[in-house]
Design a protein around this ligand. Structure first.
Ligand code: NAP
Ligand code: MG
Length: 483
């Protein structure tokens, strides 16, 4: 099938005012395509189309809406190999991760297909005689969705699926580094019976199309996943228009390894959390907080595991860690290595840019030891295949270290002690806690989000998403006396 490269506005595929080249980070000679950049006028057309279509979609019968979401989800799952390969090719995650992401994105649609039929309100007697109260949820209206490049399909799906399930129209601005997976998802959505204008794809840079979209007074809500500084700007713009806003941003997640941990499992979880997705996950384990009694054994096994990881072209089925996403990200990672050294960290492995048979943005899995939590390298999000080990002497010191951050998305603990696990689960100041699991890797039917500078606004995913994608209406009804 020919790869679509255009924007999707008011039910039509349209060229933009210019194009941007989409380059494979595993092989810079591979140009995936030239993708349309929407003009300001086209974004306005999308906004107008969405405003017009939204009431039609909200009034479309529940079964038709459910069928649309179910069809989208099932098609994604059925095509997970093909679309996963496209995602790996443009983003650089190994094929198994790309395939898994597309399949998971499909599951968001099938899950929210079921939620379409679970929209049930409340009923009460008024405090006044003869009056009843009906409380129900309605769609918010037109939702702007701005998504990042690291999980381009899953992040978009966990926003688009509930937005549509609850009767909203959508304008989606994906990250410009990953337009192919955006048009692939849009192509599927376009073939499942939504009224024209219900769903619109507008591609372009964050600074132009993104900024114009989030500043628009013609949207009712913004759901954003991306970096903290961009999120802050969106919150300010949204406040100016009283636009409802939900932000998922960066983090600095810690995995604690206690002296009673199962060492095989601790090493496996640390490797998965630190190097999965080439470390480019908001849930990555970038701080490894390790008890002194097991520190040396853990570090030597972690370093052996990191060195054994096969780095390579994302499309090579034997690759375990792909390249980083872009030249900019690679330069930033090199700077992060220099920062860790300048802070006083000891490089245990990696740290270098790698040369491969195909030219790309390759970096070795990197571990620093002897680091301190207050150092910049342990306070700033890196988004790199890089973990810093912090040695601690007690559980209390481990917990205090985990919580000594301005972020708070996920935290993990490896322990066989129920008292420590329970205390940690209740006292880690994060939105998600993992016991004997990697800090990354979450489900779709339960809420996801963080505290501190990691998140702002209501939770995403599961039934909690309804608090963002609906508004509550309270109706009072006084019946006449029957005649
Ligand atoms: P980013 O630079 O903030 O970009 C995110 C999205 O916002 C992109 O679509 C970007 O467009 C757009 N954007 C940029 N400037 C904008 C502006 N002024 N107005 C409106 N939109 C704008 O983040 P990223 O580099 O793509 O992603 C990495 C970050 O995402 C990391 O910090 C990571 O922690 C975070 N993240 C968080 C979660 C979570 O759930 N907490 C999940 C995944 C990732 P362009 O890129 O096309 O310019
Ligand atoms: Mg690309």
């Amino acid at each position: 099938m020919k790869l679509e490269t255009r924007n999707y506005i008011a039910g039509e595929w349209l060229d933009g005012e210019s194009t941007v080249a989409n380059i494979n980070p595993s092989d810079l000679s591979d140009v995936i395509g030239h993708f349309a950049q929407a003009s300001a006028a086209q974004l306005n057309d999308a906004l107008a189309a969405a405003r017009q279509a939204q009431p039609l979609w909200e009034r479309t019968s529940l079964e038709k809406r459910q069928n649309a979401l179910m069809g989208i989800g099932q098609e994604m799952m059925a095509r997970a190999d093909e679309l996963g390969e496209l995602l790996s090719r443009e983003e650089g995650k190994p094929f198994a991760e790309g395939r898994g992401e597309v399949y998971r994105a499909g599951q968001f649609f099938t899950y929210y297909a079921a939620e379409v039929l679970r929209q049930i309100g409340d009923n009460a007697d008024s405090v006044r005689d003869g009056v009843e109260v009906d409380v129900r949820r309605e769609a918010v209206g037109v939702v702007a969705i701005v998504s990042p490049w690291n999980f381009p399909t899953a992040t978009a799906a966990w926003k688009i699926a509930p937005a549509l399930a609850f009767g909203n129209a959508v304008i989606w601005k994906p990250a410009n580094l990953v337009p192919a997976s955006a048009v692939a998802l849009t192509d599927i959505i376009s073939r499942h019976g939504l009224p024209a204008g219900t769903f619109n794809l507008v591609m372009g840079s964050g600074r132009s199309v993104g900024q114009q979209l989030i500043e628009s007074p013609h949207i009712d809500a913004i759901s954003f996943t991306g970096s903290g500084p961009v999120g802050r700007g969106i919150a300010v713009a949204a406040a100016g228009n009283f636009t409802r806003v939900q932000l998922e941003m960066g983090s600095k997640n810690a995995l604690v390894v206690m002296d009673d941990a199962d060492m095989d499992s601790a090493v496996a979880c640390a490797l998965n959390g630190a190097f999965g997705g080439t470390g480019q996950k908001c849930t990555a384990s970038s701080r490894l907080v390790v008890h002194a009694a097991v520190h040396d054994e853990f570090v030597s096994r972690l370093v052996a595991g990191a060195k054994a990881l096969k780095v390579g072209n994302a499309l090579d089925r034997t690759t375990q860690m792909g390249p980083v996403v872009s030249a900019e990200q690679l330069a930033q990672n090199v700077a992060s290595v220099a920062m860790a050294k300048a802070n006083g960290g000891e490089l245990a492995c990696g740290g270098d840019v790698l040369t491969m048979p195909t030219e790309g943005y390759y970096m070795a899995p990197t571990v620093f030891v002897g680091t301190r939590n207050e150092w910049e390298v342990n306070q700033e999000e890196l988004f790199a295949p890089m973990a810093c080990v912090i040695k601690v002497d007690s559980y209390a010191e481990a917990l205090a270290t985990v919580n000594d951050t301005r972020f708070g998305l996920t935290a993990g603990i490896m322990t066989r002690d129920l008292a420590r696990a329970t205390h940690f689960r209740r006292n880690a100041r994060t939105g998600c806690v993992m016991v004997n699991l990697p800090t990354a890797g979450t489900d779709y039917h339960v809420p996801f989000g963080g505290r501190g500078e990691s998140s702002y606004g209501p939770r995403e995913q599961g039934q909690y998403a309804k608090d963002f994608y609906t508004v509550v209406k309270t109706a009072y009804i006084k019946a006449n006396e029957p005649v």
